[in-house]
Design a protein around this ligand. Structure first.
Ligand code: TNX
Length: 522
């Protein structure tokens, strides 16, 4: 008998064990159906008893492959700091331990889709099954939320801990559930982006859209045009030093996201919002003279030269390099607020850019204005401002990402007292952000037309991760739920109570959330 044990003696930052114990967590739901899960699962049924443990666990995988092992390690990394004990990752069929968590992919449950999962909790075992590793990962987020919030604090806590028995069957309503981070107006380094990724992953989002270039900054190294970052990367709103991602660093971010089953969608906004490029590459201008770097917050004053052949050679280089850095299917080309580009120039420009994106093996996403152009069925339009633009997109046969500013913009202030953020689309309190249904918001746009939902954070007014968190939380879990949970299964009055239970999670994760008076915080 070969030794089948796959024992990962996990590097245990050891020391932790002996140290202080945080207080045991009060957030235990005695009945699985009462657990404050966000997003709310499709179905939860309670069973008898609890899965109780006090220390390390065996984590068993049904198949030994790198995907399953990395999921087991993800769970192990989550549990170890809190329990202070090693977990052991085991192959199937070996060593009958008393208590274990089994992670498995199962071809037979394809009806749950790519991200669906089934969680069966009994006194001796937690079994997490899915059709794909991605589904297992989403289910692991549910296990996190079933454990005491203090597990999120990464400090040893006192056991025993229990999860009530029962079963959860779950899968998402929409395949695209995203957040956007504007790293152009203010630059945020890779550690901030990774934290953002971890926070959105905890709520089962699967897309991070990065707004990588705008008037105030160019944030991604393009090897064929080094001046973009050498010049365009050196500033930001307010005149700070800006910054950019080298391709190496960017690849690390993409991998970090992929490990959490999150697709990065890079955006280079065009033909407007392009001053950083115009300042960096003189030939992009009509007179071959670079513009000045810009650190204000006005929009709509810059444009690429749509009638200059050079522009398209440049864009092909940018889109080619970006496509090579992007395992996901989409390249976002912006297209919003091109106020100084005439429609007769804008329309063919977007069509030609669409060809370039397709020729580089990707699908195009554009803001809703791009529906003025002839769009291929593979193209996606992102609704943010004008419903008529979105409707035109649907009439042209493209799918829509719903990001209505008045509901889903994370940079809108909560109320007139909010210090950070803007309010051109109105105030977006936590209830306003939650109480809408993508499939009924715009007459004539129904679920079949919708790829999913995205909540964008524009960064004119935010300069660091704590400020980002204060606008993102507590609204983001609501957008995650709108994307995941069927509209008929969502009620604000019930949601606000669940959200209130997440305060201790936010605190344990050190999330600087806005304690909205609309929510009964626990
Ligand atoms: C509109 S949303 C913009 C951005 C701004 C944002 C501020 C969109 C496609 N364009 O350029 O940053 O408003 O809320």
């Amino acid at each position: 008998m070969g030794t089948k044990h796959l024992r990962f003696i996990l590097i245990l930052n050891g020391l932790l064990l002996v140290l202080t114990f945080a207080t045991a967590n009060p957030s235990f739901a005695a009945d699985l159906t009462k657990a404050a899960l966000i997003p709310k699962p499709v179905s939860v049924k309670s069973g008898a008893g609890n899965f109780e443990f006090n220390g390390g666990l065996d984590i068993r995988v049904n198949e030994v492959n790198p995907g399953m092992i990395s999921l087991a390690k993800y769970l192990d990394d989550f549990l170890t700091p809190a329990t202070g004990s090693n977990n052991v990752i085991l192959e199937p069929g070996v060593q009958k331990s008393e208590k274990y968590i089994q992670l498995e992919t199962d071809d037979a449950i394809s009806q749950l889709g790519k991200e669906g999962y089934e969680l069966t909790i009994s006194p001796g075992t937690i079994r997490l099954s899915a059709h794909t590793p991605e589904g297992v990962f989403r289910g692991l987020q549910t296990i996190r939320q079933l454990l005491p919030a203090s597990f999120e604090g990464k400090k040893p806590i006192k056991g025993p801990w229990k999860i009530p028995c029962g079963t959860i069957l779950d899968y998402p309503e929409y395949t695209y559930r995203g957040a956007m981070l504007d790293v152009a107006r203010h630059f945020f380094g890779p550690d901030d982006v990774k934290r953002f990724i971890d926070l959105i992953a905890a709520y089962k989002m699967n897309v991070l859209h990065l707004h990588l270039a705008d008037d105030q900054g160019w944030r991604i190294e393009i090897k064929s045009w080094p001046s973009l970052t050498k010049i365009g990367g050196t500033t930001q709103v307010g005149g700070g030093k800006g910054g950019f991602y080298t391709q190496e660093v960017y690849k690390e971010i993409v991998q970090y996201a992929a490990d959490r089953f999150i697709t990065i969608i890079p955006e280079i906004d065009m033909p407007g919002h392009t001053n950083a490029a115009l300042a960096s590459v003189p030939e992009l201008n009509p007179d071959n003279q670079p513009t000045k770097l810009y650190t204000g917050t006005k929009v709509g004053f810059s444009t690429l030269q749509t009638n200059k052949e050079f522009t398209y050679k440049f864009l092909n280089d940018v889109i080619r390099e970006l496509s090579e850095l992007t395992p996901g299917p989409y390249i976002h080309v912006g297209g919003d607020e091109s106020h100084v580009t005439k429609n007769e120039d804008y329309i063919p420009f977007i069509e030609r850019v669409q060809e370039i994106v397709l020729a580089n093996g990707k699908q195009m996403i554009g803001w809703d204005e791009t529906t003025l152009s002839a769009l291929k069925p593979s193209t996606v339009a992102q609704y943010w401002s004008k419903a008529e633009n979105a409707s035109r997109g649907v009439a042209k046969g493209v799918k829509i990402i719903m990001s209505p500013a008045a509901k889903a913009y994370l940079d809108m202030k909560y109320n007139p007292k909010t210090k950070l953020g803007l309010h051109w689309a109105g105030y977006v309190e936590v209830d306003t952000g939650y109480k809408w249904d993508p499939a009924t918001l715009v007459p004539g746009i129904t679920k079949e037309n919708i790829l999913g939902i995205e909540c964008p954070l524009w960064s004119e007014t935010v300069t660091n991760i704590k400020q980002i968190e204060s606008l993102v939380f507590p609204r983001l879990p609501g957008y995650a739920e709108i994307g995941w949970t069927e509209a008929t299964n969502r009620k604000w009055e019930e949601y606000r109570v669940r959200l209130g239970c997440h305060a201790e999670r936010f605190k344990a994760m050190d999330v600087n959330y806005y304690p909205s008076a609309k929510v009964p915080w626990k």
